[in-house]
Design a protein around this ligand. Sequence first.
Ligand code: ADP
Length: 408
Amino acid sequence: MMSSSTFPPIEKSPSCLKNEEEKREQDTILVVDDMPANLGVLSDFLRSHEFKVLIAKDGQAAVKKAEKAHPDLILLDIMMPIMDGFEACRILKSQATTKDIPVIFMTALADSVDKVKGFELGAADYITKPIQQEEVLARINNHISLRKLRCELEVRNMQLEKRNMEHQEARHIAEAANHAKNAFLATMSHELRTPLNAIIGYTDMLREDAQDSGMNDIVPDLNKITHAGKQLLDLIGDVLDIAKIESGKMETHLHAFSITQTLKEVETLFRPMLFQHKNQLQIKTSEHLGSMYSDEKKIRQMILNLLCNAAKFTKEGEIQLNVKHDEQQHLLLIEVRDTGIGIPPEKVNTIFQPFTQVDTSYSRQYDGSGLGLAICEHYCRLLGGCITVESHVNSGSVFSIQLPLSPN
Ligand code: ADP
């Protein structure tokens, strides 16, 4: 059970809780009997066992005392003038302030009809007359502890319910915020793409004009504008993808395609990136890769992402793309190896989270948004596969993707 210190204080207490002043006192028993002799003997006995005793001589007086004093237990005789024990019990059990007080009927030994009726009216127990003092004591203690336990449970229950409501509320707020963020990103990304494409298009035209009119000295600057524009366009594309993924709106478009053909296209797109850091590329594939039934565009994007990262974080080194079938498990295995800077062990688990980069310093050496691997990881999961990494600082990294050759 959780310790009470882990729960916040509750605003509303269950009716069985005593107030602070009452808590410090002994347990209180209300004894109800019209026979003064019975009252005297029972009261003396209970007082001698550290109980505070209240007395009433008929049902009506008992109800009034119970409403006022909130005893911990009521010992209730049945046959009494003015109002009998059954009627008193019925009233007590019908009122919110007294319904939780355990009632023990005092009944004649042979009268089983009385006992049944008592239980039907909500009595906790009965004791038979003539009264055995030790039995009374055992039953009273039993019911008082039961009541305390029930009361404690009620408090815990209320606290858990309150916590539950708070958690639900917090979740709703977080979901709404996430939804708003994704909607904002999606709209902004669309709005940014149009002017950006215009900037890239007009820069291409200016470059052509400059070359035609012999103004070659401004061409390098125009190339820089194009490069920066394309980088920004890629970033916007990644942000849009992540927003779509997080809002559960990313769809897959499955069709059959030749794996070899896809790899050729990836190679054509990737080769120019090798020059920047003077890297070498090796592609190794199994002989008959054949075709697969999956989302080709996403697979192409994932392999390109991994290759671009390898090229970005490797200088004058070697990059390998290994692709093979695992025929037994009906899987395509893609591996991108490099001999670059590697990833420190404490960062390996975080690089698949959106916007996470190993080098977070203001003067970062490498371009990027920290979204590429997060997108790869989501795409892998979407296509029923997974992505893993093994890396050693200063000796290189291996990213491995496993994908089913067709959906199950
Ligand atoms: P980014 O756009 O920053 O490259 P990614 O999600 O693709 O975003 O990668 C996240 C981070 O993981 C990178 O910024 C880099 O720190 C690290 N990383 C990814 N691939 C490699 C690699 N091949 N070698 C070293 N570090 C890598």
